[in-house]
Design a protein around this ligand. Structure first.
Ligand code: SAM
Length: 280
């Protein structure tokens, strides 16, 4: 048997063949088999020593192995596909139980009882649930959340929306949700050819580091409602897209230092927060 040099466990191609892990599209399975690449992704999360890591969708364990190899105190991984469990069990044994696997749907499992602070979330997410998970992690009942940072793989187009600045086409609800409470950057791009099977699009790893307090004061529900309304008809001027939120919407916009003729994509997060405070 060939042995990989990184951690002494078998190469991922072998793991996949031995466990019959033919990729399933319905589960968003595009695997990373190059352990040098998964290590590079793991390092984008910063120093993992002394951190618990939550990983969604470990699959055959390429990124999981890198996270453990890079020094994570513990990895808690949620995987829906039962076929991956034996491979992950072998990783857990190799790393003396530092890996805990929770089998099931990450949208339904609450992993927090298995995690101790500081927690970093690092995942090559299944594309079908990636944005939903990100939205949930960014909208906890109280802030700061249970995690310190998020290092996540997305389709490049979604990654660009997360980090977009006002004035760009990609700027929208996701940009505001992410940047209001986090510092967000694209850490690296990953070509389709790096995955097995390759997806149709380029991917990118986004790193979000939480702010201890939101960048500008606002009630989360009021901000969400304001931004949703503004971007609901993003091509319209705000005086018409925001109609219905207040009897004097033009007055509210002016009070927030926004021209009623401006469009949603021109408005900074600071001004959206000011508007949300006025609209309540
Ligand atoms: N981390 C592995 C890698 O980098 O090679 C696999 C990444 S693959 C893009 C996504 C993984 O998420 C698959 O292993 C898939 O079975 C799993 N998955 C899909 N939907 C899931 C869900 N709702 N909850 C938990 N895992 C899920």
């Amino acid at each position: 048997m060939t042995r990989s040099t990184l951690d002494g466990l078998p190469p991922l191609r072998e793991v996949i063949a031995e466990n019959g892990l033919s990729a399933r599209k319905s589960l968003g399975q595009n695997f990373l088999l190059d352990l040098n690449l998964t290590s590079k992704i793991a390092r984008q999360a910063g120093d993992l020593t002394g951190c618990d890591v939550l990983e969604v969708g470990p699959g055959p364990g390429g990124l999981t192995r890198a996270l453990l190899h890079e020094g994570a105190r513990k990895v808690v991984a949620i995987e829906q596909d039962e076929r991956c469990l034996p491979a992950l069990q072998a990783v857990s044994e190799h790393y003396n139980g530092r890996l805990t696997v929770l089998q099931g749907d990450a949208l339904k499992i609450d992993p927090t009882e298995h995690l101790a602070a500081p927690v970093r979330i690092v995942s090559n997410l299944p594309y079908n649930v990636g944005t939903e998970l990100l939205t949930r992690w960014l909208s906890p009942p109280t802030w700061p959340p249970f995690w310190q940072s998020l290092t996540l793989m997305f389709q490049k187009e979604v990654a660009q929306r997360i980090v977009a600045q006002p004035g760009s086409k990609a700027y929208g609800r996701l940009s505001i949700l992410a940047q209001w409470r986090c510092q967000a950057r694209i850490a690296m791009e990953v070509p389709a050819a790096a995955f097995t099977p390759p997806p149709k699009v380029t991917s990118a790893v986004v790193h979000l580091e939480r702010r201890e307090a939101p960048a500008y004061a606002a009630d989360p529900a009021a901000l969400n409602k304001t931004v949703a309304k503004a971007f609901g008809q993003r091509r319209k001027m705000l005086r018409s897209s925001m109609k219905g939120l207040h009897t004097d919407i033009e007055g509210c916009l002016l009070a927030a230092d926004i021209k009623p003729t401006q469009r949603a994509e021109e408005i900074s997060i600071e001004k959206f927060c000011a508007l949300a405070r006025i609209l309540g």
